[in-house]
Design a protein around this ligand. Structure first.
Ligand code: T1G
Length: 701
């Protein structure tokens, strides 16, 4: 064993196995080990061919991302050099791929003279998801193997594809079914012995016209808005068509090195690790017992109840949906069927798959039919009175160990839990609309929620293909509570001189999928109005409050669903059109409140809304409502479309500098009072010249 490479002598074949758990990352030791063992094998006359494989659950997940930004130990070969040596080998080298070959791991395999994969393997170049591009030859070798268009599709999307598809494309030579054909290493050994002349992927010229690149740029314009890496990847592949191979490699490397320490790459690396960290709950160890979820009950088949039911059916779990009236149940089930039918029409799922999912869904008007559910998710009207009544009844009907979950987006989960005799089995599972699509689940832990209930629901989030983030109980939990602070500044900016389309435009350009006013129109203004009415009795009377949103609701304008809200909408269209009536209302309210309207630029708009959001995030952290700054980032990225290339609001704050955020909020505090009071944690970190990352490192969750 050299470094993290084990050697198996199967004369005349030498097998080099990467052994660097958990994902065989190509860290310094692995690169050194591969280089040294390759040299030995080439020098050994008893060796006719070499197989490279991976120990454990996969071949190799690429470069060790944790080593980025660090200088490797001296004499550590760079990955491109290791791969060049493999490709130059006069003895055939075959990659034996199982599990995953991703990024540098696939580039390593592309440097080999052939690739044999097990049928369950997935392969791809996901570097763009980390804000970089393949930097070890992938953008030069892959197009030469499968053509420019197919290579662009894989590199620019960053997706992993099944081995069978890769074989069809032409960069996997053989796919074996390990249950039938023996293991992949054996197959690779056999394959190596069939090779007489090693085929080198970097050989051969490429020719293509510019239209191909323009077409890709056009096709990704919406999805890749604001991201640098996908466009850099297109430039690298273009270099493969314009330059001889060595110059192409150099061009790729230069683009890669230009990105690897960029703000976007550091942000997307942060998101990669933050997304994996959210699953770790300090006082709920990995081996905490979890309940088996075989059958699920949903209370309410409205927009949220229906979407939640689909999430479970999509994940293969039988669901029974309870409604109070036949008409409501029919409407709900019909809308679910409608969503599936349009997915079939769009070719997203097959008719058979639709039928299978609908087959798992059952409607009922009989609450007693929820008696054998392992978990029941309540998704009824957002009223404490209604929810407490539902939970009292569920407590009587459901089996003793069933989990009772509420989909409330703002209400006190402890109060709901205390309405039952099983508060330890009560938890919040806050889905985001549309629930069958949005990946985020805010799992709300009450004072009495047991570790088993937490562990079960966190595991269930993963099973549903969602990202579950554990949060504590407060008004609006993490996402909506921060949204209140963000939205408040947006409202105040209208009174001071901005207009809805300007505020929305500035935040759209910042990278959000839409601004606060267009988002409110999409969600429906009646929801926010109900929340403001509920909060009115406890809202501090001496603090500023913007009446504009209430006035719009009093005009029966509730957004897209009524054809008018902050904007007006043509029938059947979701395109927001600025409405002079709203402009007049905004200007009238300014005058009414004594504001002299002033010119406000986009930078102030972004700073006011973002810094207020971050400040609320800091309060949430110090109150322990969120475990880590990264958890808050994941909530905003998966729940509100915060741009991944900015890393989330808390990571973004670190790139701006907490001193700047603090100074800005401290100044706003002078003008607005309590609403803008800097969080003590923000003040402390800013004055100590520290970041939220420093806070996370010194308060490991
Ligand atoms: N480096 C370091 N750690 C990694 C890692 C990597 N490449 N991939 C995963 N981990 C850690 C992860 O943080 C987690 O740690 C554990 O491994 C299990 O991961 C030159 C420069 C392979 C599909 O983008 O997509 O090569 O939380 O929970 O669900 O061109 O991991 O347990 O402490 O995700 O089974 C390109 C990244 C690198 C692939 C497996 N490669 N990894 O999924 O496990 S850049 C990637 C994944 C590159 C070259 C460039 C997934 C996976 P912990 P996991 P999983």
């Amino acid at each position: 064993m050299t470094g993290s490479v084990t050697v198996t002598r199967r004369s005349p074949i030498r097998v080099l196995s990467i052994d660097n758990p958990p994902v065989n990352g190509l860290g310094a030791a692995v690169r050194r080990g591969l280089a040294e063992e390759l040299e030995r094998a080439l020098a050994d006359a008893d060796v006719d061919a070499i197989v490279i494989a991976g120990r454990g659950k996969m071949f190799c997940a690429g470069a060790d991302i944790r080593e980025f930004g660090q200088d490797p130990p001296p004499d550590t070969p760079h990955l491109p050099d290791v791969i060049d040596a493999i490709e130059a080998s006069t003895k055939p080298v075959v990659a034996a791929i199982h599990g995953v070959a991703a990024g540098g791991g696939l580039e390593l395999a592309l440097g080999c003279h052939a690739r044999v994969a097990s049928s369950d393997a997935r392969v791809g170049l996901p570097e763009v998801t980390l804000g970089i591009i393949p930097g070890a030859g992938g953008t030069q070798r892959l197009p030469r193997l499968i053509g420019v268009e197919a290579a662009l599709e894989l590199i620019v999307s960053g997706k992993l594809i099944p081995a069978a598809e890769a074989k069809k494309l032409g960069f996997i030579e053989e796919v074996i079914h390990e249950d039938g054909d023996g293991d992949v290493v054996e197959a690779a050994i056999a394959h190596a012995q069939t090779i007489t002349t090693p085929r080198r992927s970097s050989e051969g010229e490429l020719d293509t016209d510019e239209a191909v690149f323009d077409a890709v740029k056009k096709s990704i314009a919406k999805k890749a808005r604001g991201f640098d890496a996908p466009y850099a990847a297109i430039d690298a592949v273009r270099a493969a068509t314009e330059l001889p191979i060595r110059e192409g490699f150099a061009r790729e490397r230069a683009i890669f090195l230009g990105l690897v320490n960029s703000d976007q790459a550091r942000a997307q690396r942060h998101v990669f690790f933050a997304e994996r960290a959210v699953a770790k709950v300090p006082d709920v160890p990995k081996d905490t017992a979890t309940k088996d979820i075989r059958r699920v009950g949903i209370v309410g088949c409205g927009t949220m109840g229906g979407g939640i039911a689909m999430s479970f059916a999509d994940a293969g779990i039988p669901v029974i949906v309870l409604e109070t009236e036949e008409a409501a149940l029919d409407r709900g089930l019909q809308s679910i069927r409608g969503v599936y039918e349009s997915s079939v029409k769009k070719g997203r799922i097959s008719k058979e798959e639709m039928d299978a999912r609908l087959g798992r869904l059952q409607g009922t008007l009989e609450a007693s039919e929820l008696n054998d559910a392992d978990i029941v998710v309540e998704a009824v009207f957002e009223s404490m009175e209604v929810k407490v009544d539902v939970f009292r009844r569920l407590d009587e009907i459901c089996k003793p160990d069933a989990i009772l979950a509420t989909n409330t987006s703002t209400l006190d989960v402890n109060e709901i839990a205390d309405a039952t005799k099983r508060p330890e089995n009560v938890i919040g599972t806050h889905f985001f609309s549309p629930a069958h699509i949005m990946k985020l689940m805010e799992n709300v832990r009450g004072k009495k929620t047991s570790p088993e209930t937490v562990a079960t629901v966190m595991k269930l989030s993963k099973r549903l293909g969602k990202v579950g983030v554990l949060v504590g109980v407060c008004d609006g939990f993490v996402g909506n509570r921060m949204l209140y602070a963000y939205r408040r500044q947006a409202d105040f900016l209208l009174e001071e001189g901005a207009l809805p389309q300007q505020v929305d435009g500035a935040l759209y350009d910042f990278g959000l999928p839409m601004g606060p006013f267009a988002m409110a129109d999409l969600a429906g203004l009646d929801i926010g109005w109900a929340i403001r009415k509920r909060q009115a009795p406890t809202r501090p009377k001496d603090l500023r409050y913007s009446p504009i949103a209430d006035r719009i609701c009093e005009m029966d304008r509730f957004g897209q669903k009524t054809g008018a809200g902050w904007y007006r909408y043509e029938p059947g269209s979701r395109t927001p059109i600025p409405d002079p009536e709203i402009e007049k209302l905004v200007i009238d309210v300014s005058a009414e409140l004594g504001f002299e309207r002033r010119t406000i630029d986009d930078t102030e708009i972004v700073n006011r809304c973002m810094y207020a959001l971050i400040n609320e995030g800091a309060k949430i952290l110090e109150e322990g409502i969120a475990l880590r700054p990264g958890d808050i980032d994941i909530v905003w990225i998966y729940g509100y479309g915060f741009p991944r290339y900015r890393g989330g609001p808390m990571f973004y704050a670190d790139t701006v500098g907490l001193d700047k955020v603090y100074e800005f909020m401290a100044k706003l505090y002078q003008e607005q009072g309590e609403w803008a009071k800097p969080a003590p944690l923000l003040e402390k970190l800013a004055k100590e010249g520290k970041s939220f990352k420093d806070y996370a490192d010194s308060n490991p969750a």
